[in-house]
Design a protein. Sequence first.
Length: 163
Amino acid sequence: MRLITGNIKDDQYNQLIEYAFRTSDYFMLVYCGYGRPYKKNVKKIKEALKSCLVKKRHDSVWPGTKSYSDKKYNFDICFYKTDNTAKSIILQAESILAWEYPKYPEDICFFRKNKCWLFTVAHEEIIGIVHETMEDLSFLESIHVEAEAAMNDSEWEFTEEGL
């Protein structure tokens, strides 16, 4: 497991998204209005991604997060195909940590064979990769992103059934 230091933005972000879409099966976003209707931009993104939706669930657990909101909030966790339609929408953000409410849905994550390999917890400024491959590490190095080895892989592992 590796934690990425700092944010990934601008050209690095664009290259990361291109890589993630090329090497992932699905990606995930979390929608929550925190007791209020979604903001206009979040609604627009959800609608634009509708044709790419693979699976949706209501829960308070997703990669890197276990919310203890006493079911106060209704989290929509949506999984999408990594196709060109979705990629053009995801590339509109300025950074990987921009995926935070109220401007965007939250905590973009990418999956391979139902396992999360790249996750974010935007409000905590956490970016991590789990079970990284040599290709992943070479890619990060090529775009000058530092990723430090972290302990306890199992704490960050996350598998989503039915993708």
